[in-house]
Design a protein around this ligand. Structure first.
Ligand code: TRP
Length: 471
């Protein structure tokens, strides 16, 4: 079994991407995602964007621009699970479950919140003036983003490391309260890439929207790139005069787009008297060689609904993992699907209130199994098997896999897939590469999703009961 590392990171959807975002975040993330041992999840953190921005037009524009930017830069949605936070209802639902186990004192210590309080205090304001619950609970939402997908590695900038540590704390507390010895939630680690240089902006300080010193990535086309580079601050040395290549941002930006040898040659030419104007032209050409084809892709893409479609498919992929985990967590905290005669839920005879498998011979002459919920509802029908034993054996395999103490839903184990062949309104149960059973078609996607949740919940209930009945 190839155990790929699940890597996840969120992209806050505010502002228009600039070269600093490209060099510091987009390019390294896409390189990481291209590694064969990485199972990457990248998402647009548009719920997080709401915390900082109350302009609906900007929110809407930014989330599309940023999706198209990542796709144009080479994100392959067939390889990377690429989705939008607000398309995954399980995220805010998990955020609430986590909120209930998160110590208020932990949130009091979050840097972003503390900085806002300090700023208020310094100005003689009430400590919490202007601070919304969104900012305060920000780390809990972020923990939900990470924990819902069992991410092990979270590539982030330094400023975010504390948030990942908080996600770990929260996961540990949840596991302790509800896991009964099992790790319901996997513990993530922050990954800070020391090799990624921060790109200087026009004035030599870190390139950042808040310093107003950025060079746009795609916006404005090649002209805007050229204009911005023309504004890089240099000294007054004239053509032919030796220049210090490190006296401004030119060389550092050049190096971010060139090989080491090219960067050394550029610096040597400046020392030998290359004119600033010509150096800027060379820099523009060097960036354009990497960015130009991507910008063309971006421009073509933004007039199609490809980004939107990619995100929709990404959300479906993501939810197939999210739904079963959330069902398990809801179950763990006691939010369980109503059982037939729920007054008797406490009855000790477990088998009376859990779903069961039945095997039978169908009209097609083949053998099948069904899974019936506790109330007898027909939740799943197997593919045909040639012998009754084959059907019964698979039932055993399912119970064994699901009842294992280490059981988690996933592609290397049991998982659900939305069935494409009936317009996506049905779903299937797979065991690794084996398609075992299906359910539906349902009237619409909502009904299908509800049925998936119901099935997962009923199966989990059965497997817990089996595990509990074991001596
Ligand atoms: N807070 C992150 C930032 O501002 C974005 C983010 C939201 C994120 N959710 C996440 C990053 C989950 C990593 C994992 O950069």
């Amino acid at each position: 079994m190839n155990a790929r590392t699940r890597v996840l990171t969120g992209i806050t959807t505010t502002g228009t991407p600039h070269l600093g975002n490209y060099v510091g975040a987009i390019r390294p993330a896409l390189r990481l995602a291209a590694q064969p041992d990485t199972d990457a999840f990248f998402f647009l953190a548009d719920y997080h964007a709401l915390i900082k921005c109350d302009d609906p037009e900007r929110i809407a524009r930014s989330r599309l621009e940023i999706a198209a930017t990542w796709l144009a830069c080479g994100l392959d949605p067939a390889r990377v699970t690429f989705y939008r936070q607000s398309d995954i209802p399980e995220i805010p639902e998990l955020a609430w479950l986590l909120t209930c186990v998160t110590a208020k004192g932990l949130m009091n210590r979050a840097h972003a919140y503390k900085a806002a309080v300090d700023a208020n205090t310094a100005q003689g304001e009430d400590a919490d003036a202007g601070i919304g619950m969104g900012l305060y609970s920000y780390p809990v939402l972020m923990a939900a983003d990470i924990l819902l997908f069992g991410a092990r590695q979270v590539p982030v900038g330094r400023d975010q490391v504390q948030h990942i540590e908080m996600a770990r704390d929260i996961a540990q507390r949840f596991n302790h309260l509800y896991g009964g010895g099992k790790a319901l939630l996997a513990l993530p680690d922050a990954v800070v890439d020391e090799d990624v240089a921060t790109l200087p902006g026009l004035d030599g300080r870190k390139m950042s929207k808040s310093y107003d010193n950025t060079i746009p990535l795609f916006a404005g086309g090649p002209r805007a790139l050229e204009d911005a580079i023309a504004r890089i601050v240099t000294d007054a040395r004239r053509p032919g005069e030796p220049k210090d290549p490190d006296s401004n941002a030119l060389c550092a930006i050049y190096r971010a787009f060139a090989t080491r040898a090219e960067g050394d040659a550029f610096a040597a030419d400046l020392r030998a008297g290359l004119a600033w104007g010509e150096a800027k032209q060379r820099l523009t050409a060097c960036i354009e060689a990497e960015i130009g084809p991507k910008r063309e892709r971006y421009d073509r893409m933004t007039v199609t609904n490809y980004p939107e479609e990619a995100l929709r498919e990404g959300a479906e992929k993501a939810r197939k993992l999210a739904m079963p985990l959330l069902a398990k967590l809801r179950h763990a905290v006691g939010l369980r699907a109503p059982q037939a005669g729920s007054a008797q839920v406490m009855r000790s005879n477990a088998s009376a209130r859990v779903g069961r498998f039945v095997t039978f011979r169908g009209k097609d002459g083949h053998f099948h199994f069904r899974f019936l919920g506790a109330d007898g509802a027909d939740l799943l029908l197997s593919v045909p098997f040639d012998t009754p034993k084959a059907a019964a054996d698979w039932v055993q395999v399912l119970d064994k896999a699901g009842g294992a103490a280490s059981f988690v839903w996933g592609p290397d184990n049991l998982h659900l897939r939305i069935a494409e062949h009936v317009g996506g309104q049905a779903f299937e149960l797979w065991f690794m590469h084996e398609r075992l059973a299906e359910a539906g078609p349902y009237a619409n996607a909502d009904a299908r999703d509800a049925a998936m949740l119901q099935l997962v919940d009923a199966l989990e209930t059965r497997w817990r009961a089996l595990a509990a009945a074991q001596p």
